[in-house]
Design a protein around this ligand. Sequence first.
Ligand code: 5RP
Length: 231
Amino acid sequence: MTQDELKQLVGQAAADYVNAHVPQGAVIGVGTGSTANCFIDALAATKQRYRGAVSSSLATTARLQSHGIKVFDLNEIDSLTVYVDGADEIDASGAMIKGGGGALTREKIVASVSEVFVCIADASKRVDVLGTFPLPVEVVPMARTATGRRITAMGGVPVVRVQKDGTPFLTDNGNEILDVKGLRISDPRTLEMHVNAWPGVVTVGLFAARGADICLLGGDTGVETIVYERN
Ligand code: 5RP
């Protein structure tokens, strides 16, 4: 199976999971990226079951609305039963690198208020140690260079994410992203806390303090369901 086919497979599996576990009339938390898009497309078939969704990016909002799924502001919602999102890497504890699509901050906010985080990924995303995929760090633009120095001192190589025309990529929040290469992240929870404490860092794309509860992992033999113990 191609990677795109695997994404469709897990997108459908996530829609099946939500339809089986989430009560009618609920609001669903929805992530960002090509795998999350497959989930949105699959969920559209049963959209009448739900009140709507909370979105983690402008792109996801547009996709949800194109299917006629109502999008709520998170401030209007008390709690979310489930959050479904992809990942750039996921380790054996359910800790992830996210933010390849630049939506890490809103993704982390929505994930933080959701009871269950369902990660959907193709098997290429499973790793023993996080860090081969460059770690995104969203920064307030004036803190870019100072943050880059701190990253370099830690042994990482920060690269400013740019658009095709060479200008800095801006997140939905108007901030920039440093993609950090060269890290071997054996203790993601500690690194997440450490980097998040630097002034000017909005979010580091490590999802360890609030990692996945479940991963629906697509491989050539089908979808494997992995359940993580969270503490
Ligand atoms: C976006 C993300 C995505 O979940 C991550 O980049 C995976 O994307 P894709 O499903 O396209 O491989 O964190 O900010």
